[in-house]
Every structure is written in structure tokens, then in C-alpha cells.
Design a protein around this ligand. Structure first.
Ligand code: GTP
Ligand code: MG
Length: 204
């Protein structure tokens, strides 16, 4: 998949106000600060397309970016942002749950997991929520540049082991770094498969 053009379209708190659901879209989600916005910038080769920050909670809305004039990448706010209020968390939950379960043009989600740490309940719970709702997804283990490959492998293995408690078949996963850009090609290739499949289905 070659990304030739990428443009910010709109930010929304309500899935109903998102662009007309006529084009395929792929969303990025994960804990606050895990690197969702950074990954979108790496994929599109634009430093500041999606706003990033070292402070968690930067992305607050559902952000649509139109790619090659024909499909959307969607940057979502992170979950598990500790210093936000209960009310904010509830608003987030509703906004994202509605978007994920009701957005008809959402074809797949990339769930980003921090490759530096052991499995977190909040990530496993979120993945199980996707499973219960039959939402297609894959996993991206981010920030792999921050430690040696052995530590990354150990954490990935532990995460997959934790998933095996609830899942018979493990989801597809990718390793990424916004510094070395590792994973970029593989993720774009996966997106290409997803978009091609969606377009074929639309024709039938
Ligand atoms: P929210 O919008 O707050 O939910 O965060 P986010 O998941 O969009 O994270 P963001 O892309 O803003 O990145 C958070 C911080 O992590 C920033 O300081 C990034 O520069 C840094 N970061 C993101 N990805 C990587 C990575 O692969 N490697 C390293 N070393 N830093 C990264
Ligand atoms: Mg963000």
C-alpha cells in the first residue's frame, strides 16, 4: 500500500457526525500515550498529521484522516488515562463504544499495546470486549525501540499467553517503532488486504 495523499477531515465526539460511511475505515486504539497518533504519522509519512504529545490524553476526539481520497484512517482517544475524571471516563466509554459497535464502515481496528510492559488487564479487557462484539482487529506492539528484542519477545509472548486464556485462535500481531519505523511496511500491507477485501465485498 502506497500512501500518496493523507488529509485531516474532521474531529467528532459522536459517530453519527463522522463522514458519510461510504468509504472503508481503519481505526487505531489503545491506552493513552501508547503511540496511536505517532503510528498514524509514520504510516502517512507526515510528522504532524495526527497530534502527538508526551502527556497522556492528547487525542480527545474521533479524528478522520482521508487516505488516497478513498478510505479513512481514524485516530481515537486512549483509554486508561488515570488523571481524568470519572465523568470524562464515562463520556469516553460511551463515545468509543458507540463508534466501535455502530460505525458501519469500520472494517478493522489496530489495538496498540506497549511492548515494554507485562500484560495489562485494561488491554485484555478491551480485546475481550472486541471479541464479544465480533469486531475484527489486530494488535500492534509499540515502542519496540525502547528495549532489546529479547525483552520485546518476552512481553509479546506473555501477552499472547494471557490472551490464550480467552481466545482459541490468537489475533495477528505486528511490532512497531515510530523511531526506527519498523512495522510500517507490514502494517500497510495488512491495510491493503483489508481495503481490497472491503472493496470486493462492496461490489458483490
Ligand atoms: P493519546 O492521544 O494521549 O491517547 O496518546 P497516543 O497513543 O496517541 O500517543 P502519541 O502518539 O501521542 O505518543 C505518546 C508519546 O510516546 C510521545 O511522546 C511519542 O513521541 C512517544 N512515542 C510514540 N511511539 C513511540 C515509539 O515507537 N518509540 C518511542 N521511543 N516513542 C514513541
Ligand atoms: Mg493520540
Amino acid at each position: 500500500m502506497q500512501i500518496k495523499t493523507s488529509e485531516f477531515v474532521i474531529s467528532n465526539s459522536d459517530y453519527k457526525k463522522c463522514p458519510e460511511p461510504t468509504k472503508a475505515e481503519i481505526a487505531f486504539i489503545g491506552r493513552s500515550n501508547v503511540g496511536k497518533s505517532s503510528l498514524i504519522n509514520i504510516l502517512t509519512n507526515k510528522k504532524n498529521l495526527a497530534k502527538t504529545s508526551s502527556t497522556p490524553g492528547k487525542t480527545q476526539l474521533i479524528n478522520h484522516f482521508e487516505i488516497n481520497g478513498s478510505w479513512y484512517l481514524v485516530d481515537l482517544p486512549g483509554y486508561g488515562y488515570a488523571s481524568t475524571s470519572k465523568k470524562n471516563r464515562a463520556t469516553w466509554g460511551k463515545m468509543i463504544t458507540n463508534y466501535i459497535t455502530k460505525r458501519e464502515s469500520l472494517i478493522s481496528i489496530f489495538v496498540l499495546i506497549d511492548s515494554r510492559i507485562s500484560p495489562q488487564k485494561i488491554d485484555l479487557d478491551f480485546i475481550n470486549f472486541l471479541g464479544l462484539n465480533q469486531i475484527p482487529f489486530s494488535i500492534v506492539f509499540t515502542k519496540t525501540d525502547k528495549q532489546g528484542t529479547l525483552t520485546t519477545s518476552k512481553n509479546v509472548e506473555e501477552f499472547n499467553k494471557a490472551l490464550q486464556k480467552d481466545w482459541v485462535e490468537l489475533p495477528k500481531y505486528f511490532l512497531s517503532s515510530s523511531i526506527s519505523k519498523i512495522g510500517r511496511e507490514e502494517i500497510l500491507e495488512e491495510i491493503e488486504h483489508l481495503i481490497t477485501y472491503f472493496k470486493q465485498e462492496q461490489k458483490n
